[in-house]
Design a protein around this ligand. Structure first.
Ligand code: SF4
Length: 722
C-alpha cells in the first residue's frame, strides 16, 4: 500500500465574521485536518467550528447534478418539514443525512444546458409578462466578494431590478442605518483586537463566546490585563463571568437603559465637552431628552436594572474615559441590539454614548458591530443590498449611475429595490413572481416561517443554487449544484474590514460547479455576457468601481490580507482605526440622534405570557445546512432545545430534558426543555439552527422602520407540556 501524500493549503474559516486564518491539510480530495494559522486576526487560535467543522463538504447529501422539478410535484409543498406543527422532538443520527429520502423524489436529474436554459427562459418570460420588478434575487454572506459582486450585477443589469438583498438585512441592517445616519459610514471603526488598548470594553446584545469565539478570547485577554468589562444582555452567558458589571436587562429595554446611563454621564460631567463641540452636532436635543425623562429611577422601571447599578456602570465609563480624551472605550454589539423594531434606536444610543465620551477614532475607542457570517461585510461592500451599488454608492446619483452603466453596458434603474422580508411579502401577494436564490435558506432564516412557506410556494418560478437540497430548495423549480467554500478561490471581508483570500482546497464533486461560473453561464443566457478568465479578474472589476477596494488585488492579499481602506497597494496592513480626523458626513461631524423608549410590537398577554428571544449556539451555524452535517459539531449539540428559567419550568410542571410545545400566534414547535437560570423568569431562548423545531415558525416578521430588520429578538409565546 502506498500512503497518499498530505498537502497543506493556507486559507480562512468558512463560518463567522472573525475570519480566522487556517491551514487545511488534505489527502487526495479530502480534508483531513485544520490548524489555526498565525495572523493578526486569530494569532493561530480556532474555535470548534473552524477546527472540526469542515467534514460537511464530504457529506453524502451533497448535490452533484442539476435538478428539475417533476411535473407531478406541483403545487409545491416543501416536503420534509411540516411547519404548521413541526416534526420536532425526533432525535436523528448526529451529522447524519437530514433529508428524508422522499424529498429527492420531487426532482429529476438534468444536464447543465437544460437546467440553465430553463432558468433563463422562465425568468425572461416572467420579466416580459410582469415587468422587471417581478423578479428578485437573494445572494449570500457565505459567498465570496467576487460571487456577491457578480450576483448583484446579474440582478441589476441582467434582471434589471434592484430587488437584490441577502442576510445582512437580518443581522445588522439597523446598525448600519444608525451608523450611516450618525457618522456617515457603516464600517467598524476599530478592529476587535484593539480591545487590548481599551480602558473599558462594553459588550451588549452579543453572546461573543458562542458567536465570535476567537474575538472573545481577545476580550478575555484584555480583561486579564486590566480592561474593565461591562456586559449588558438579556441572557447571562460565559463572558459575564469576566465582567466588572453584568446588567441583565429586560428584553427590548436597551434604549431606556442606555438613556439612563447617558443621563448620569451628563449629570456628573463625565462627558467630553471639547470633543462634542469640535466633532459633533445635535447634542442638545439628546441632552434634553435624557435629562428630562431618563433618570436612573425612570430607566430602571423599564429595564429592570437597579438605579444604583445604572449609576455604577456610568461611573465606570466616566472614570475610565475622563473629559479631555484621556481614556478609551470600545463598544461591541450583536443581534441582541439590532434585531428589534427599535434596533436602529438601540444602535443610535450606543453611538451617542461613544460620541459624548469622545470615544471614536483613537486606539481602544470606537464602535464595532460584530458581523455574523464570514463575508457579511464583504457581500454588503460588493453591493448585495437593494438600496446602493457596490461600496454603498448611490443608485440615483447620475454620475455614479453613469459609471456603472458604462462598466456593465446597460441602462440601470435608479429606484431602490425591495429588502428580504419585503420580497417575501411580494412573493405572497403575487408582485414578485420569479426568484434566484444563491446560498441562502430563507425558509429557516426568515421570520414567520409559515408565511415564508406560503410565499415560496406561491412563486411562479424559483431557481436555487446551493451545495445541499436545503429546506428552501425543496420549493425550487430548478436546483443548481454549487461548490462549497473549500472548492473555490475568492476574497472574504471579515468583521474588521480585513479582506482575505480564501484558497481552493478541493475539487467540486460530480458535476457541481463553482458559483461564479454558474452565475456567468446564467447571465450569458439572459443577454448579459460575463467573460472572465478567473475570479481575480472579477475582483479587479469590482475594485476598480470602488474607493474602499481600489488598491486591493488578489496578489497583494495573500498571507493575512489587508484592511480597507488601504492607502496604496503596497501598504503593509490597511487602516486599523477610522474617523480620527472627522466623519464622512456632510458636516464632517458625528450626529446625536435622541431616541425615546418604544416597547416591542408584540407584548406578552394572558394567552401568550412569555417572551421568546432567539439566537445561536457555539457548535452550529445559522440554518444548520453545514454544521448539522458535521459529525463532530452535531454530536455535541444534536437536538433542538428551549432554555427556560427553573421557576417557569416548575410553574408549567416541566422537568429538565422533557419535551415541551412552544406556541406563538404564528405556529408551534415541540422541542426539549432545558432548565437554566441564564434567562430571567418570563423569558425563553431558542436557537434557530434546527429544522425539526424551527424557531422562526414562532418569530414575528414586523420590521424596524429604518433598517427594515425583523424583530427576531422579541415575540410573545406560551409553553404547554406534552
Ligand atoms: Fe471560524 Fe469564527 Fe471560530 Fe474563527 S471564531 S474558527 S472564524 S467560527
Amino acid at each position: 500500500d502506498v500512503e497518499l501524500p498530505i498537502t497543506s493549503v493556507d486559507s480562512v474559516c468558512p463560518y463567522c465574521g472573525v475570519g480566522c486564518a487556517i491551514t487545511y491539510q488534505k489527502q487526495e480530495n479530502q480534508i483531513v485536518k485544520a490548524d489555526g494559522r498565525e495572523s493578526p486576526v486569530n494569532h493561530g487560535r480556532l474555535c470548534v467550528k473552524g477546527r472540526y467543522g469542515w467534514d460537511y463538504t464530504h457529506h453524502a447529501d451533497r448535490l452533484t447534478t442539476p435538478l428539475i422539478r417533476r411535473e407531478d410535484y406541483y403545487p409545491k409543498q416543501g416536503l420534509s418539514t411540516d411547519v404548521q406543527s413541526s416534526v420536532s422532538g425526533k432525535r436523528r443520527k448526529p451529522g447524519g443525512i437530514i433529508l428524508d429520502e422522499h424529498v429527492y423524489d420531487a426532482f429529476r436529474e438534468a444536464t447543465w444546458e437544460e437546467a440553465l436554459d430553463l432558468v433563463a427562459s422562465r425568468l425572461l418570460s416572467i420579466k416580459d409578462e410582469f415587468g422587471r420588478n417581478a423578479l428578485a434575487g437573494f445572494g449570500s454572506a457565505k459567498c465570496s466578494n467576487e460571487e456577491a459582486y457578480l450576483f448583484q450585477k446579474l440582478i441589476r443589469a441582467g434582471f434589471q431590478t434592484n430587488n437584490v438583498d441577502h442576510c445582512t438585512r437580518l443581522c445588522h441592517s439597523s446598525s448600519v442605518a444608525a451608523l450611516m445616519e450618525t457618522i456617515g459610514s457603516g464600517a467598524v471603526t476599530n478592529v476587535f483586537a484593539d480591545v487590548q488598548n481599551a480602558d473599558v470594553c462594553l459588550v451588549t446584545g452579543s453572546n461573543t463566546t458562542a458567536n465570535h469565539p476567537v474575538a472573545a478570547t481577545f476580550i478575555k485577554e484584555a480583561v486579564k490585563n486590566g480592561t474593565k468589562l461591562i456586559i449588558v444582555d438579556v441572557r447571562k452567558f460565559e463572558l459575564a463571568q469576566y465582567a466588572d458589571h453584568f446588567a441583565q436587562i429586560r428584553p427590548g429595554s436597551d434604549v431606556a437603559f442606555y438613556n439612563g446611563v447617558m443621563h448620569v454621564l451628563i449629570r456628573e460631567g463625565w462627558i467630553d465637552e471639547d470633543y462634542i463641540a469640535e466633532h459633533t452636532e445635535d447634542f442638545e436635543s439628546l441632552k434634553e431628552l435624557v435629562l428630562e425623562r431618563y433618570s436612573p429611577e425612570e430607566a430602571s422601571k423599564v429595564c429592570g436594572i437597579a438605579p444604583d447599578e445604572i449609576r455604577a456602570i456610568a461611573q465606570t465609563i466616566g472614570k475610565a474615559t475622563p473629559p479631555g480624551g484621556g481614556g478609551s472605550m470600545l463598544v461591541f454589539w450583536g443581534m441582541g441590539i439590532s434585531q428589534h423594531t427599535h434596533g436602529t434606536d438601540n444602535a443610535r444610543c450606543l453611538i451617542s454614548l461613544c460620541l459624548m465620551t469622545g470615544n471614536i477614532g483613537k486606539p481602544g475607542s470606537g464602535l464595532h458591530p460584530l458581523r455574523g457570517q464570514n463575508n457579511v461585510q464583504g457581500a454588503s461592500d460588493a453591493g448585495l443590498i437593494p438600496i446602493v451599488y457596490p461600496d454603498y454608492q448611490s443608485l440615483s446619483d447620475p454620475a455614479i449611475k453613469g459609471k456603472f452603466e458604462k462598466a456593465w453596458g446597460v441602462p440601470l434603474d435608479p429606484e431602490p429595490g425591495l429588502t428580504v422580508v419585503e420580497i417575501m411579502k411580494g412573493a405572497l401577494d403575487g408582485t414578485i413572481r420569479g426568484m434566484y436564490i444563491l446560498g441562502e435558506n430563507p425558509f429557516l432564516s426568515d421570520p414567520n416561517a409559515n408565511k415564508v412557506r406560503r410565499a415560496l410556494a406561491n412563486l411562479d418560478f424559483l431557481a436555487v443554487q446551493d451545495i445541499f437540497l436545503t429546506e428552501t430548495a425543496e420549493f425550487a423549480d430548478v436546483i443548481f449544484p454549487a461548490s462549497s467554500f473549500f472548492e473555490k478561490t475568492g476574497t472574504y471581508t471579515n468583521t474588521d474590514r480585513r479582506v482575505q483570500l480564501g484558497i481552493q482546497v478541493l475539487d467540486p464533486p460530480g458535476q457541481s460547479l463553482q458559483d461564479w461560473k454558474i452565475i456567468c453561464e446564467l447571465s450569458r443566457r439572459m443577454g448579459l455576457p460575463m467573460d472572465y478568465q478567473d475570479v481575480s479578474e472579477v475582483f479587479a472589476e469590482f475594485a476598480s468601481l470602488t474607493e474602499s477596494y481600489k488598491t486591493l488585488r488578489h496578489d497583494n492579499l495573500s498571507e493575512s490580507g489587508k484592511l480597507w481602506p488601504c492607502p496604496d497597494p503596497e501598504h503593509e496592513d490597511g487602516t486599523q482605526i477610522l474617523f480620527g480626523d472627522g466623519f464622512p458626513t456632510n458636516s464632517s461631524r458625528g450626529r446625536f440622534v435622541a431616541c425615546g423608549y418604544e416597547p416591542a410590537k408584540e407584548l406578552p398577554d394572558e394567552e401568550y405570557p412569555l417572551v421568546l428571544t432567539t439566537g445561536r449556539v457555539l457548535q452550529h451555524w445559522h440554518t444548520g445546512s453545514m454544521t448539522r452535517r458535521s459529525l463532530p459539531l452535531d454530536t455535541i449539540e444534536p437536538e433542538a432545545f428551549a432554555v427556560i428559567h427553573p421557576e417557569d419550568m416548575k410553574r408549567h410542571g416541566l422537568q429538565d430534558g422533557e419535551q415541551v410545545r412552544v406556541s406563538s400566534r404564528r405556529g408551534e414547535i415541540v422541542l426539549q426543555a432545558r432548565a437554566q437560570a441564564s434567562v430571567e423568569e418570563g423569558t425563553i431562548f431558542i436557537p434557530f439552527h434546527f429544522r425539526e423545531a424551527s424557531a422562526n415558525i414562532l418569530t414575528n416578521d414586523v420590521l424596524d422602520p429604518y433598517g427594515r430588520i425583523p424583530e427576531f429578538k422579541y415575540c410573545a409565546v406560551r409553553l404547554d407540556p406534552l
